[in-house]
Ligand binder design. Structure first.
Ligand SMILES: Cc1cc2nc3c(=O)[nH]c(=O)nc-3n(C[C@H](O)[C@H](O)[C@H](O)COP(=O)(O)OP(=O)(O)OC[C@H]3O[C@@H](n4cnc5c(N)ncnc54)[C@H](O)[C@@H]3O)c2cc1C
Length: 454
């Protein structure tokens, strides 16, 4: 008798590989057993290897059971600020190359480990916020043999004395790593309910959103970028009415060509998602049933929950106060070193070569580069290269590798058959980005390797 199909989950981004369904976008037919997947296959969402997937039951941890072996030392060799993907990844990579260093991780939140990309697909995966928790801070710290201090906000850095001042005391360091991430941007329309706009950039915010969601039938999303679009599809799968208010005239206009954007718009319409383009919310007031929104186009919208997904803004306050060089983010070199040699920065707060790459794959390479700069002779350098993005839009499979600087070129259609499209971003007769949809997403990995293999 054949074994029942199993499900595996990517520990990094939360993508679920269901043996029954396979993953046709990356060439795995329904029924492909996990053990039969080639070893060089990688997660289509965040590009980690097959070995980063675990059987779903194994992800259930005894939350909070394990205690760290080390206390959070106030005199650390390595002091990390932030417990998002970047902070924990830095600790992990440093531990791989040095088992002795005293590492302390400070975080303003509870330090919980969870796959952030799952926040825009958990509803369709039928997972609650509690299901997303992979490990508590104490468990992760024990696993990596580091000290962790949660609910500790760093207020300032004294670069002369190698010390940080926090809400729970001061900590000294030999090397400091800023992994302070970014905050979700919001908007401030007029009206008595403007402060009730929700943003989602961490698990705690998602928990509050999820709780509110249980009592509503309609959600208005503000924004038309990647996260807003993913949330729209996810909410729609949850059975609520979804409306998007979009400032521009296209979905994901910064990273996606118009041709694919139009196809996706049609798909969202088919799902009864109401897209209101070229509109901005000017006021938000409470009403008997929820909220009433007014737009600059003179429209009045009735809704029950308002979520803004209009981008992120890197947390630069600490770096600025410490007089580190900043631009859009904290400026770093190929070793992830800031303008102060003993201080490093990675993740959503960091900018290299004028670019912030707020995705997991570049963060992983940054963590490797900084660990190698600190503890290895053979330096692995961080290089800014376009990343590969799989959009979580089940209605239309899309893989994108947008150009790093979309300034002088244009998207040119290479294939256009129904929803199967291939476009290249051409600049000076050279392709510096691509976008694939429909069946053609299967060729994304090969195309990516062809363009950027080093
Ligand atoms: C909904 C959503 C979906 C996404 N989907 C994808 C995807 O499919 N693929 C992909 O590659 N990427 C995706 N991303 C982006 C990716 O998740 C982020 O780039 C990544 O998680 C950022 O990690 P980080 O550690 O840099 O920042 P954060 O996760 O923001 O962590 C910052 C940490 O710093 C702490 N902190 C900040 N200031 C201080 C202070 N002063 N003192 C102490 N602690 C402080 C915070 O408490 C937090 O612990 C998605 C993001 C979102 C929001």
């Amino acid at each position: 008798m054949s074994q029942p199909f199993k499900k595996y989950i990517c520990k990094t981004c939360g993508l679920i590989y269901d043996e029954a369904l396979g993953d046709e976008d990356s060439g795995l037919a329904p029924g492909t057993r996990f053990e039969d997947i080639p070893d060089d296959w990688y997660c289509p969402l965040c590009l980690v290897s097959k070995s980063d997937f675990v059987l779903i039951d194994e992800t259930k941890k005894s939350a909070g059971a394990e205690q760290p072996k080390r206390k959070a030392s106030t005199q650390a060799d390595i002091l990390i600020i932030g417990s998002g993907y970047a902070g924990w990844q830095a600790a992990e990579e440093i531990r791989k190359v040095n088992s002795e260093a005293v590492i302390t991780l400070l975080t303003a939140d509870d330090g919980a480990v969870y796959p952030k990309p799952a926040l825009s697909m958990a509803l369709s995966q039928n997972r609650t916020p509690d299901d997303l928790l992979e490990a508590s801070a104490a468990e992760k710290a024990a696993e990596l043999d580091v000290g962790v201090k949660t609910k500790t906000k760093v207020m300032s850095i004294n670069t002369k004395r190698n010390k940080v001042m926090t809400t729970t005391g001061s900590f000294s360091y030999k090397n400091l790593i800023l992994a302070t991430g970014a905050k979700a941007m919001t908007l401030k329309p007029d009206g008595n309910a403007a402060h009730e706009i929700i943003t989602i950039n961490d698990l705690n915010a998602y928990k509050k959103f999820y709780k509110r969601l249980q009592d509503v039938k309609k959600v208005t999303l503000i924004g038309g970028g990647l996260i807003a679009t993913e949330l729209a599809e996810d909410l729609s799968s949850f059975g609520v009415e979804v409306e998007m208010v979009i400032r521009g005239s296209k979905l994901m206009s910064q990273i996606m060509p118009e041709a694919i954007s139009h196809k996706l718009t049609d798909k969202l319409h088919d799902k009864n998602i109401n897209l209101i383009f070229n509109s901005e919310i000017t006021s938000m007031d409470t009403s008997e049933t929820g909220y009433v929104l007014k737009t600059d186009q003179g429209e009045t919208l009735e809704t029950e929950l308002v979520v803004a997904a209009i981008g992120i803004s890197p947390n630069l306050e600490l770096a600025k106060k410490a007089k580190l060089e900043t631009n859009l983010g904290i400026c770093i070199n190929e070793h992830c070193q800031t303008s102060e040699p003993g201080i490093f920065a990675i993740g959503d707060c960091a900018e290299c070569d004028g670019v912030i790459q707020a995705y997991l794959e570049p963060i992983r390479r940054q963590a490797k580069a900084l660990a190698s700069a600190l503890y290895s002779d053979s330096a692995s350098l961080f290089e800014v290269v376009p990343t590969l993005i799989k959009t979580k839009t089940p209605s239309l499979p899309i893989m994108l590798s947008p150009p790093l600087h979309a300034t002088h070129g244009q998207w040119e259609i290479s294939t256009n058959v129904g929803e199967n499209q291939k476009l290249l971003y051409m600049e000076n007769d050279k392709a510096s980005g691509f976008a694939l949809s429909g069946e053609l997403v299967k060729s994304a990995n090969d195309l990516y390797k062809e363009m950027y293999a080093s």
